[in-house]
Design a protein around this ligand. Structure first.
Ligand code: G3P
Ligand code: MG
Length: 244
């Protein structure tokens, strides 16, 4: 399997501040063996781990990530908003996250968030950083909602596994997945239908569903052939019997 049947979403978003090194450590402490994190580009061309376009929700600062420098971003507190014991937690660089994830021997789904950047602005440095810092391509899936970004990923580095993210599965999903040489399809749990799962699996792709935070739903998804679930509370999800 490319990833795992249970994947910590944004690290372990229900139990530690999302997209932080503390969140990645929390997932590992709970025995989770794969995490998903989001990568974005700063004003000065650096790569950091963050989900939103702005820093308002998950730090004590204001403004858009793309108009703040790495130095400005690293002055922010990315932990206090979540809980006092995480005060002082920083927005991590992609490099620091990659090093920690490998040190903990976790698999990684790196989601590229474009926000308002052009694909080449973000994809080229992401691939460069991965080629410099990530040693085992088997333990990595790069994903994005941005089709052009995924195309460029494959052109620049065909050795990486690609996951095509969709919010709603389009009718031409198979052509889109083939165009980026995807190995997996990642879909939203709210809009997912059993027939689609069957079609995706039949076409030979691994199938991952985000973001599943209830154990009942988890059983349903495993029963219809989903390979893995992204969860904010991954420790509450029991993997299907054969992978336990
Ligand atoms: O990669 C799965 C999931 O993280 C996609 O949605 O908005 O949580 O990044 P989002
Ligand atoms: Mg994500």
């Amino acid at each position: 399997m490319l990833l795992e049947s249970v994947i910590g979403h944004r690290g372990c978003a229900a139990l530690a501040p999302e997209n932080t090194l503390a969140g990645i450590r929390k997932a590992h402490e709970l025995g989770i063996s794969a995490v998903e994190i989001d990568v974005v580009l700063t004003a000065d061309g650096q790569l950091v781990i963050h989900h939103d376009r702005t820093v308002k929700r998950c730090t004590d600062g204001r403004g858009e990530v793309l108009s703040l420098t790495l130095e400005q971003l690293q002055q922010l507190d990315a932990g206090s908003w979540f809980a006092p014991e995480y005060a002082g937690e920083k927005i991590p660089t992609l490099k620091d996250a990659l090093l920690l994830i490998q040190q903990l021997r976790l698999k990684l789904n790196l989601e590229i968030k474009m926000h308002r950047h052009a694909p080449e602005q973000l994809v080229e440095p992401v691939i460069g950083q991965l080629q410099q810092c990530w040693s085992d391509t088997r333990n990595l899936v790069i994903s994005s909602f941005d089709h052009q970004a995924l195309k460029l990923c494959h052109q620049l580095a065909p050795e990486y596994n690609i996951g095509h993210l969709f919010e709603t599965l389009p009718s031409d999903w198979e052509a889109m997945a083939a165009a980026v040489h995807a190995r997996s399809i990642h879909v939203c749990h709210k809009k997912h239908k059993t027939a689609q799962a069957e079609a995706i699996k039949k076409a030979g792709y691994e199938l991952y569903v985000y973001t599943v935070n209830h154990t009942d739903n988890a059983d349903h998804f495993f029963n219809i052939g989903v390979d893995g679930l992204f969860s904010d509370e991954p420790h509450l999800i029991s993997p299907p019997a054969e992978t336990k």
